[in-house]
Design a protein. Structure first.
Length: 215
């Protein structure tokens, strides 16, 4: 089996994990337990020196960074139509995917890991609080994107990385006690995505539930 995906449950690696599952191709899902520091092990850093997930291995090729992996899978499985093939539609889909990865995602990193940005606990609490406020705006922008979707899925007629990333970001928001009811259009789409058979299989493998809001 030449395809391997290194992933961690609930991380952004969910996006290529769902794409691979939807492709129907044979691949080996390789679990990396971030909470146990496995991404820092010599064995893993030999694959990805940055110690991050996801990593896609295709034969002798090792590909890191979610944007690169999504584009690679889109080209490898053109029959799936993960992204529009060309023109303005493809440009807008890549625009949205880049925003999810370089703006929405790092905003939540400040919520989940404020210690990466400041050392003292008081400072971390302030960073987290500000990031939660900012992330609420991110989810509102994502909701507006969903409201304007050009078809059944966020990039048109086919399930793709935008849909899997939208589910991931919305789910992360519930960790910060941002209730699904605050963004009903987004969450209606999240449930639509979760019902996709490939997504459902990945959620079962990763043991994920959509709403993890604190009681």
């Amino acid at each position: 089996m030449s395809l391997k995906l290194y992933y961690s449950p609930g991380a952004c690696s969910f996006v290529p994990h769902a794409l691979l599952e939807a492709s129907g191709a044979a691949y080996e899902p390789m679990l990396v337990k971030l909470h146990k520091g496995e991404q820092k092990s010599p064995e893993y850093t030999a694959i990805n020196p940055r110690g991050q997930v996801p990593v896609l291995v295709d034969g002798d090729e090792v590909i890191t960074q979610i944007l690169a992996i999504c584009l690679y899978l889109d080209e490898k499985f053109p029959q799936c139509g993960f992204l529009p093939a060309k023109g303005v539609a493809r440009a807008h889909a890549l625009e949205a995917l880049a925003w999810m990865n370089n703006t929405a995602h790092p905003t939540f990193t400040h919520v989940f890991m404020p210690g990466k940005f400041i050392g003292d606990e008081d400072g971390q609490a302030k960073v987290k609080a500000r990031a939660i406020e900012t992330f609420q705006g991110v989810l509102a922008e994502l909701e507006a994107l969903v409201a304007k979707k050009p078809g059944e899925w966020l990039s048109g007629a086919h399930f793709g990385p935008l849909d899997a990333y939208a589910l991931t970001l919305a789910r992360w928001g519930t960790f910060a006690a941002i209730k699904p009811a605050a963004h009903p259009t987004l969450w209606a789409h999240v449930h639509h995505v979760a019902a996709h058979p490939a997504v459902a299989r990945v959620m079962e493998r990763e043991r994920l539930q959509l709403d993890v809001s604190p009681a």
